[in-house]
Design a protein around this ligand. Structure first.
Ligand code: HEC
Length: 97
């Protein structure tokens, strides 16, 4: 019963060609954000601790990420994201699967 539910769920993915947490977003947040924001980074450059270690944690701050990184380009400080990163992040935020 549970297996059927999982299979049914997977087939309902509505944006199959966009990046997923497993194949893109996890690595993005670990490499581009966590060096400053992970609690164990101890406030590199005064950065507030923001948990971005799991899909669930990031799902809670999607709007904040959209606003800070893409709409206002405040993060990472001084830029540093490639155009590819920005395009992939936008498609992942639109469908954070
Ligand atoms: C080089 C260190 C560094 C990196 C890398 C970095 N940040 Fe930050 N971040 C900071 C600092 C310092 C602040 C606090 C000062 C400020 O708000 O500008 C901050 C503030 C923030 C804030 C709260 C203020 C705001 O702008 O909304 C958010 C949200 C945030 N960062 C998200 C991110 C995300 C998401 C990434 C990855 C794309 C990221 N940061 C990468 C240093 C960093």
């Amino acid at each position: 019963m549970i297996l059927l539910w999982i299979l049914a769920c997977k087939e309902e993915v509505s944006c199959p060609d966009t990046p997923t947490y497993e194949n893109w977003a996890e690595g993005f947040f670990i490499s581009k954000c966590q060096p400053c924001h992970a609690p164990e980074a101890r406030g590199v450059f005064g950065a507030p601790a923001i948990e971005m270690n799991t899909h669930e944690e990031i799902m809670e701050i999607l709007d904040v990420i959209q606003n800070s990184v893409l709409d206002n380009e405040r993060m990472p400080p001084g830029g540093g994201l490639s155009d590819d990163d920005r395009i992939l992040l936008q498609s992942w935020l639109d469908c954070p699967q």
